[in-house]
Design a binder for this molecule. Structure first.
Ligand code: SF4
Length: 710
């Protein structure tokens, strides 16, 4: 019988509603759900590819145990005992920190991995907890923690009502938004321009978003912090401050003024590559336009001044009166996870430090740039055993080559994952959870960052195969066996939908009089397209979580780090030799998602897109022709790939996409392994990072490029 199912896509942050037509277990079609109040029928090519993951013969359906260079299927019961033994024995022999944990990005897209993964990680009780956060948005969480008192008080752009949008280092036309759940970006940008609004994009590449913007400025990689400080400088110098309803809620404005004094637009113009008059124009428009936004993402986060950039963007939105207003940046009102004083985990900084390099923790996580050295450096606390969940750090973390050898060095490794990829090929045991369409779904994270308040819960589309286990079942069982071996008691956690039912019934909409009333899983099941909870609205003044109830515009850590930024003003740019001093940046493509989704034929077909992009003048300076094989060398390593000329690149900047290079030995991804390309993270550098937050600097990496035959 043919049936229609409605559910959210959980591949990326846009959480688009899907309409899935199915016959038995056979998927006939996947389309956008026109009745989804957030995505309004939008879908990208990756949503359709969910069926390829479901049907992928390479997707593991049973636990696998390594036997030399081969794998054999093993019973769940045996495998749980083996894993629990390894963890307990290793921790007893050395210390708790001798077992490390890495949670990859898909963890936050699967609610069972969150509801049960966080308690599992607590049970492992190791300081060596790593995740994709410190390869991505850690500096934003840190800025919100220090300024608003909570790492998840993250304001998001209200694009549907704004008239001036300054976007730095973000490419939502390809990513569909990040730390900003905003499906159907193309239509939203069109609507912005139709109502006379401006979108100004700052990026070292004329990205897909820059191409549809009203204005694009190239910026030299790593100089965004100078640009942002120059905007702040202009706001003070030209008396453009307009803090509106937040005026009595902010502190330390004068400290920001003093800190910004040396960063005039004229002093940063050559360094950023942006004319001083354009920088001043940005400051004036941000201040004078009634509904304006300053927003930045990966390009400003994964770089050497990631922390300062994220802080400065928040400061600009406050100083221009654009924070907490309609058409500016606003907090969301999610059904679960509503942040207010006394709720959730506000975050903490530098409670611990990494053993070898001494990098600070954030909210209990050690920066992932130290993962390899913590495995490779002997001594007390050295990581001997490792657990990965839904992550592929060999392709996602800097210096993947070093991580490859670090994983080889371990006493044991376990991966909760359904692919044998570049990372999990090192594991002794792989525990595969069910595929996305085989389990129910509630988005615990991305409703927190959505451009409109909505809520939905979806049941599994396809019945899970007999004998398979959901992620939360794997985690429950592992926790239970570990407790048993330690002689501790353990009460298995309820299944995620029951936990969410409780959270919904206790959530924001149950507590607010006059609201839509309590939500529940039952009520959401009756509304499979989701429920619209309305547009974003101002609420920050009641939700600031700092001790004094004020927004701290100048936390000490940032003011201290600005001294480091000031030294950049002394750098001299030799514009005649700019082509000889190359900086490497990443890039995103709509048909790709981090290091995965290259094993689906529909997403890799057509013109290959893994080439190194380089400006034609930079190619000429090196006598390179189109498609020449080049060697790219960084401080960390070198790789060989093909180069392609692109006028969209800023001279002096080259770009490789993230997540390619699937030809490593032992990878069992039949389609992905046949693709060309190399991993950008073989040449990013684990010693190149943001000194304040410890976040990886994956953009702006100094490299040298030359023809391989020269
Ligand atoms: S943009 Fe694409 S991948 Fe992301 S949620 Fe929507 S359909 Fe899925």
């Amino acid at each position: 019988m043919t049936r229609k199912h409605y559910r959210a896509c959980n591949i990326c942050e846009a959480i688009c509603g899907l309409e899935i037509e199915i016959h038995g277990k056979h998927i006939l079609s996947i389309k956008g759900d026109k009745k989804d109040p957030l995505s309004r029928g939008f879908i990208c090519p990756k949503g359709t590819a969910l069926q390829d993951i479901q049907n992928d013969p390479n997707r593991l359906r049973q636990p696998m145990k390594r036997k030399g260079d081969t794998w054999e299927a093993i019973e769940w019961n045996d495998v749980f005992d083996w894993v629990a033994n390894q963890i307990v024995e290793t921790q007893s022999k050395y210390s708790n920190d001798s077992v490390g944990v890495y949670f990859g990005n898909p963890t936050v897209h699967n609610y069972g991995s969150l509801t049960h993964g966080v308690p599992f990680s607590r049970m492992i009780n190791t300081s060596n907890h790593f995740s994709a956060t410190s390869l991505d948005q850690l500096p934003l969480q840190m800025a919100c923690h220090f300024m608003y008192g909570h790492q998840f008080l993250i304001p998001v752009p209200d694009i549907d009502r704004c008239d001036y949008f300054l976007m730095i280092g973000a490419n939502p036309m390809a990513s569909n938004g990040s730390l900003w759940t905003v499906p159907d970006v193309p239509a939203r940008i069109k609507e912005l321009k139709k109502r006379g609004g401006e979108l100004v994009v700052i990026d070292p590449r004329k990205t897909e978003t820059a191409k549809v913007a009203t204005t694009h400025h190239f910026v030299r990689p790593g100089s965004d912090a100078l640009l942002l400080m120059a905007i702040i400088h202009t706001l003070f110098e030209e008396d453009l401050l307009n803090t509106g309803h937040l005026t009595s809620y902010i502190s330390n404005t004068n400290t920001v003024k003093e800190a910004s004094q040396v960063f005039s637009p004229e002093s940063v113009s050559d360094l950023t590559g942006i004319k001083a008059e354009n920088i001043r124009d940005m400051a004036r428009k941000l201040s004078s336009t009634k509904r304006a936004i300053c927003y930045g993402r990966m390009g400003i986060s994964t770089q050497v001044y990631g922390a300062v950039c994220n802080w400065a963007i928040q400061v600009i939105n406050v100083l221009c009166g654009n924070l907490d207003i309609e058409g500016g940046t606003l907090l969301t009102h999610p059904a679960v996870g509503f942040v207010k004083p006394g709720e959730g985990s506000p975050g903490h900084f530098a409670r611990k430090h990494s053993r070898v390099r001494g990098l600070p923790s954030f909210s209990g996580e050690i920066p992932s740039v130290v993962m390899a050295e913590e495995m490779l450096t002997p001594g007390e606390g050295q990581i001997k055993g490792f657990i990965t969940m839904a992550g592929n750090p060999v392709l996602s973390a800097p210096n993947g080559v070093k991580l490859d050898s670090a994983f080889e060095n371990l006493d044991f490794m376990v991966s909760i994952d359904f692919y044998i990829n570049e990372t999990t090929r090192h594991a002794d045991i792989i525990l595969p959870p069910t595929a996305p369409l085989e389990h129910d779904h509630y988005d615990m994270v991305f409703f927190l960052f959505a451009t409109r308040n909505t809520v939905r819960f979806n049941q599994a589309v396809i019945e899970a195969e007999e004998g398979s286990k959901h992620d939360w079942e794997i985690l429950n069982e592992l926790s239970s066996r570990i407790a048993e071996k330690r002689g501790e008691s353990f009460q298995p956690l309820l299944e995620p939908s029951m936990l969410m039912d409780f959270a919904l019934k206790m959530g924001h909409y149950a507590q607010e009089p006059g609201n839509i009333g309590a939500l529940s899983i039952e009520r959401l099941k009756e509304n499979p397209h989701g429920i619209d909870l309305g547009p974003l609205k101002p609420s920050l003044t009641k939700r600031i979580c700092t001790q004094d109830g004020l927004i701290d515009l100048a936390p000490d850590v940032y003011i201290v780090d600005i001294e480091r930024l000031k030294k950049e003003l002394e750098v001299k740019i030799d514009s005649k030799n700019i082509n000889l001093d190359l900086k490497l940046i990443g890039r995103r493509h709509i048909r790709s998602n981090n290091s995965w989704l290259h094993n689906t034929h529909r997403l890799v077909k057509g013109k290959s897109r893994w080439q190194l992009l380089m400006h034609p003048d930079d190619m000429k300076a090196r006598s390179l022709e189109e498609n020449t094989e080049v060697k790219i060398s960084s401080n960390a390593n070198s790789v060989k790939t093909r180069v392609s000329a692109s006028e969209s690149m800023m001279p002096g900047v080259v770009s490789l996409p993230h997540g390619w290079g699937h030809d490593r030995q032992g990878v069992q991804l039949d389609i992905a392994s046949k693709q060309g390309g190399v991993s950008i993270n073989d040449i990013t550098d684990d010693t190149f990072y943001d000194k304040l937050s410890g976040n990886a600097a994956l953009n702006g990496v100094p490299v040298e490029v030359r023809a391989t035959e020269s």
